[in-house]
Design a protein around this ligand. Structure first.
Ligand code: AMP
Length: 485
């Protein structure tokens, strides 16, 4: 769970990256960083916390140059420590390079062990550092060839941006698991933006150009934009959970508008799980579009029954369970007038451990509701994600060991209904628009369609347990790492 951003060819590259990271803050709040290049040298600043806290005028002044990349992080591999913050920037035999990565590599421990055996010394616990070491040992001549070489060895999910003294590179894994898109600033033909989500484009007056294709490396340089596909895409496995929870509703990823997809989830959820009620409310913010779709389809009145405080971060985003527990009450408060003596439907996007839902149901009942029916706009989350969404281990995922009836009992709702797997897939596909034109050849583009065998284009491992890429650990993984306090 991270956000990456890059801007090429703008005199205020660092400032625009700051804004870009701000718009991607929902993708990670633990640390943030920006690396810039002035054509000769890279400059880097990283810190723990949110964008607004990490960058002060003193640092922004020193982040000079027309090219910049940035990163917001939520740790899914490697601890929540400054040394794991990104971008990672190094001096190596071919100059300087900085990398910002979203996604998780599934063979990084194996590669790390091999690299360490041949003498590499790692500075962090982050899987991204493996890519840096592979770049350093590659015998290829150009940066893009070295990157292609390095990426041919890693497995798993990655959407990344790299910065050298003179170039920027953007790359996406061969399944296209995590999103990545390209924009162009309206102020100049050779001014490009790369971002996990296009949410910031309108703010910085950039127009959306296209998504980076699975397996593609985009090279931005003085010569403009060049695309290479060193290893063709394997199969589309875009992460379906981005559409359910993670991405912002004003984003369109791979041609699918997140808001529309969520409304479709809500509509289908209402059709599949009918119940008599007086009012339908959302768990804000991620549950709102699905609730609107639910209300539209069911004809039950939509009300704002839960008010969210925007002065704390997403509760889940803080990794410790102790903070999360406290967080629910800090984050949400009920409007008693909406609930008093009412039969209430409350819609949320997912149940992970079940603890949030339980508290919300209690909160609504305490506010005077006669009945509380919980509706979830995705199927039961049963399997952990290995590709960069923070989900707990299997035994902490309530749906991995409990039936829907047992979860209903645990969260103390009067009834519980999930969206079916089939409706989830159909809802996203129904929101897909035709893909934008591209200079990438059609055999290297994976459409958001079912294939001839009827297979859908998503990674749905968290619901189905069908992992497109196996997780590989070294035979004897080294547990002890330097204690960083
Ligand atoms: P839980 O109490 O663990 O069931 O948390 C469920 C809540 O967490 C829901 O309101 C979701 O919107 C939210 N959620 C689901 N998946 C994630 C995730 N990977 N990171 C952060 N929040 C999540």
């Amino acid at each position: 769970m991270c956000g990456v951003f890059g801007i090429y060819g703008h005199p205020e590259a660092a400032n625009l990256t700051y804004l870009g990271l701000h718009a991607l803050q929902h993708r990670g709040q633990e640390s943030a960083g920006i690396a810039t290049s002035d054509g000769k040298q890279l400059a880097l600043h990283r810190g723990m916390g949110q964008v607004i806290d990490v960058f002060q005028p003193r640092q922004m002044e020193r982040l000079t140059g027309t090219n910049a990349i940035g990163h917001v992080r939520y740790s899914t591999a490697g601890g929540s420590l400054l040394r794991n913050a990104q971008p990672i920037a190094v001096d190596y035999a071919h100059g300087q390079i900085a990398i910002a990565h979203n996604g998780n590599l599934t063979n990084s421990l194996l590669l790390r062990e091999q690299l360490e055996k041949s003498g590499s010394i790692f500075q962090s616990g982050s899987d991204t550092e493996v890519i840096v070491h592979l770049l350093a040992v590659s015998g290829q001549r150009t940066t893009e060839d070295r990157l292609a070489d390095a990426l041919s060895k890693v497995e798993g999910a990655f959407s990344l941006v790299c910065l050298t003294e003179t170039k920027m590179l953007a790359a996406r894994d061969r399944y296209g698991i995590r999103p990545l898109c390209i924009g162009r600033l309206k102020s100049g033909d050779r001014q490009f933006v790369v971002a996990s989500e296009p949410t910031v484009f309108s703010l910085i007056e950039a127009e959306f150009v296209r998504d980076v294709e699975p397996g593609e490396i985009v090279v931005l340089s003085d010569e403009g934009l060049r695309s290479i596909t060193p290893a063709p895409p394997i199969a589309s496995k875009r992460c379906v959970f981005e559409y359910i929870y993670f991405a912002r509703p004003d984003s369109t990823l791979d041609g699918v508008n997140v808001y529309e997809a969520r409304k479709n989830f809500g509509r289908a959820l209402a059709r599949e799980n009918r119940v008599e009620a007086d009012v339908v409310v959302a768990v804000p913010d991620s549950g709102v579009p699905a609730t609107i779709g639910f209300a539209e389809e069911s004809g039950i009145r939509y009300e704002v029954g839960l008010v969210r405080s925007h002065y704390i971060g997403r509760t889940f985003i803080e990794p410790q369970q102790s903070i999360r527990h406290f967080g629910v009450r800090l984050k949400l408060s009920p409007v008693p007038e909406v609930f008093r003596d009412k039969r209430v439907i409350v819609v949320d996007d997912s149940i992970v451990r079940g603890t949030t839902s339980r508290k919300i149901v209690k909160m609504i009942r305490d506010a005077g509701a006669k009945e509380v029916h919980l509706r979830i706009s995705s199927p039961p989350t049963r399997w952990p994600c290995y590709y960069g969404i923070d989900t707990p281990t299997r035994d902490e995922l309530i749906a991995s060991s409990h039936s829907v009836e047992a979860i209903n009992e645990f969260v103390t709702s009067d009834s519980l209904g999930y969206l079916s797997h089939e409706s989830m897939i159909e809802s996203v596909l129904a929101s897909a628009s035709p893909r934008e034109p591209s200079n990438v050849s059609s055999e290297h583009r994976l459409p958001m369609l079912k294939d001839e065998q009827g297979r859908h284009p998503f990674c749905d491992a968290c619901f189905s347990g069908n992992y497109p890429i196996q997780y590989k650990t070294p035979p004897r993984s080294r547990q002890m790492r330097l204690l960083d306090v």
